[in-house]
Each structure stands twice: as C-alpha cells, then as structure tokens.
Design a protein around this ligand. Structure first.
Ligand SMILES: Cc1ncc(COP(=O)(O)O)c(C=O)c1O
Length: 383
C-alpha cells in the first residue's frame, strides 16, 4: 500500500505530552496502604513526582489516604505549600544551613545527619518561636548519608536536650531491598533495631520509625515499621522486575506524540546522525517530534526500541536526535502525519513500560521516568 505521505494542509501536530492517570496514582496508593498497614504511606514526590508532576500526584496520593509527602530539596516543597497542601512534608536530604529558614517557613519536617547543623537549626527555630521537627537519619549500610549507628544515641540526646528541637523520627534507608533474597536488608534492619533499642534504653521517645522504600515495603514486612516511603510504586512502576507481582500496580504515565512526517526510503539507504542504521528493504519511515531533550535516550534508536502507532509495535531506527526520532513503520504502513505515537504506556492492546526501556538501556525505570523533559507537556485527563 502506498503510504499517506506527509505534507500540505495540516497544521503542525502537537509535540510530545505525558498523560498522567491520577486514578492510577490513587489506586496504587490504596494498594500500598493495604500492603503496608498498619504502617502509613508517605508518597515520595521529589524530582517533580518522578517526572509525573509533583503537585497533582501529591493531591491524588493524599486524597487516596497517603498521610505524608516527601521531597529531597527545600525548593521542591514550596509549590506544594503554595497550593495549600498542609500534610506533613519530609525533607529526605538534610538542607544546607542557608535553607533552614525557608524549611521552617514552609513548615517542613527536616532530616538531619550532621550534628553541626543542629545548633543552626535550633537558632532558626528559636527566632521563629516554634520548635523544629527533626528526623534523624541513621546510616545502617547504604553509606550515602546518615549518622553512624554508634553515634545515633548521642545525637538523639542532643536533640532531646535542645528546647527548640523535637525528635520526630529516627529513620534509615535500604540499599538492596529490591533484591528480595539479598540478606543485607535484614542486616541493615538489625542495625536499625539496635539503634532503636539503645534509644529506648536511654529513655528517648521515638515517635515514628521508618526504613522502607517501595521495594522494602513490598518485599520486607519487617521494614514497614510506622511509615513506608513509597516513590516508584506510587507511579505504578515496580521497584524492580523481580517485584512486579508483589502488588497490583497501574502505570500512571503515558508518553505520546504525533507523527510529524512520513516518507518512503529505499533498501540500502541510511538514516540519522552517523548514518548508523541501514535499511535492508524498501520501507516507510515516520518521524516523531520527540528526542533526547525530551527524555528519549539517544541509544534507544540504535537499540530498536519499539514505539506504538496504530496499536502496533514499530522499531526506532538510527540514533534519536535532540528533538526528533525516526521509526520504521514497515513497507505496508498506513501511517500519516498526525497519527498518535506512544512511547510509554498503552495503545490498543499493546503496552510499553519504563522497565522495557530500562532493560534495553541497562538502567532502571526510575531514570526513564525522571528523564522525561521539561518541555513535554504534562496532561491530567479526567476519566
Ligand atoms: C530516602 C528515600 N526514601 C524513599 C525513597 C523512595 O524510593 P522508591 O522510589 O524506591 O520507593 C527514596 C528514593 O530514592 C529515598 O531516597
């Protein structure tokens, strides 16, 4: 069949968009609440909600029963408060000294792991006349940030003894919870339990304990404590393919665009920068107005990652360029400018997951969704 070749008449199609299904977010939070109960659910909405849009996700998660939100950096919390969100927001990373005042102004729950920061935080809290809520992070084996387990008691005592600080939680983070058979998670939890026991013996009240990310919440019941801090699972993406069957999660994101150009190519022709793909047969190529600046990794083209057009899978060809990529839609294609093309998510009976990209790219689904670029419009279709 002759392709309907691009051209005249039609306005330029829209560029790329990411549809985020907020019902899926609510469904996922409900699943996580069920799995983790009686622990509560903290929805992690850092990095603009893993690329999904922090504010709409935060609202949907809270409406579905999450009781906490978490972000990594102080500025990430401001838009949430600006929208009137009053739920507690945990800062997962310790703020810089010059951010403490903003953190208190935004009424954030502040993680601390450098004892030096406590004095400055107490001074900032005194100036406002409200005690700062401190969440003491203990490094039980991730070796990224946190006080050493042996130092936790002294730091907790310093917090207890400071009038302008309140110890709100003692927490830790798991390094390998996504590998369910890896014994190191149990080792980390044992170190964490040891810290909690030392504090209890010293008469220090720990109002909240938390250790679990999504993987630990799903795969390690002992890690659930009082709160689970779930990010990737809220977005309906399993923390690792090995944990895909631990909960009924629904992928919230659908990354799509419209075909912007269609042409015939001949066997032997080559395509895209470096001319690194050679066509074995005459075929039809569709160009999409989305590229690596939008989060479609350059290598995906050479790896022939599929795109859905007309409910069927078609491989990318040639390297993905900054703003555009090309798809071999086959010699008999009935593809036209303006047809929808889906890079992640469902079209017809087919579905592409962030894990599919991640497996090709030797990375993780987190990197795939966080890479969705700022110029990709986020849409929140109502059902
Ligand atoms: C300290 C901490 N807790 C929880 C999470 C959420 O992890 P996940 O997205 O695997 O649920 C993260 C994310 O990286 C984190 O850094």
């Amino acid at each position: 069949m002759t392709p309907r070749v691009s051209g005249g008449g039609r306005p330029m199609p829209s560029r790329a968009w990411a549809e985020v299904d907020l019902d899926a977010i609510a469904h996922n939070v409900a699943q996580l609440r069920r799995v983790a109960a009686p622990a509560e659910v903290c929805a992690v909405v850092k990095a603009d909600g893993y690329g999904h849009g922090a504010a709409p996700v935060a609202r949907a998660a809270l409406a579905a029963g999450a009781t906490w939100l978490a972000v990594a950096q102080v500025p990430e919390a401001a838009p949430l408060r600006d929208l009137g969100i009053e739920a507690p927001i945990l800062l997962l990373s310790q703020p810089r000294p010059d951010e403490l005042d903003d953190a208190l102004e935004l009424d954030l729950d502040v993680t601390v792991y450098s004892p030096d920061l406590l004095r400055t935080l107490a001074d900032a809290a005194r100036a406002r006349g409200v005690a700062a809520r401190v969440h003491l992070k203990v490094d039980t084996g991730m070796r990224r940030v946190g006080v050493e387990p042996g130092d936790a008691l002294a730091v907790a005592e310093a917090i207890r003894d400071e009038r302008w600080l309140t110890l709100a939680s003692v927490w830790t983070h798991c390094a390998v919870a996504d590998e369910p058979d890896e014994p190191f998670t149990a080792e980390q939890l044992a170190r964490y339990d040891g810290v909690l026991a030392d504090l209890a013996a010293a008469g220090i009240d720990v109002p909240m304990r938390h250790a679990a990310n999504s993987a630990a919440a799903l795969a390690h019941p002992a890690a659930r404590y009082d709160l689970v801090r779930c990010g990737i699972s809220v977005y309906g993406i399993p923390p690792s393919p090995a944990l895909a069957d631990r909960a009924d999660l629904r992928q919230a994101v659908r990354l799509a665009t419209e075909v912007s150009f269609v042409k015939q190519v001949a066997a032997g022709e080559r395509i895209s920068y470096g001319l690194r793909h050679r066509f074995e047969r005459d075929t039809v190529v569709a160009t999409l107005p989305i590229g690596y600046a939008d989060g479609v990794f350059r290598r995906l083209g050479l790896l022939h990652q599929d795109v859905l057009i007309g409910g069927r899978r078609h491989p990318m060809v040639g390297v993905v360029t900054m703003d555009q990529l090309m798809v071999d839609v086959g010699p008999d294609a009935d593809v036209a400018v303006g047809d929808e093309a889906v890079l992640l998510g469902r079209q017809g009976d087919e579905r592409i997951t962030p894990d599919e990209w991640a497996a090709r790219l030797d990375t993780i689904s987190y990197e795939v969704v966080c890479a969705i670029g700022a110029r990709v419009e986020r849409r929140y279709p109502s059902p």
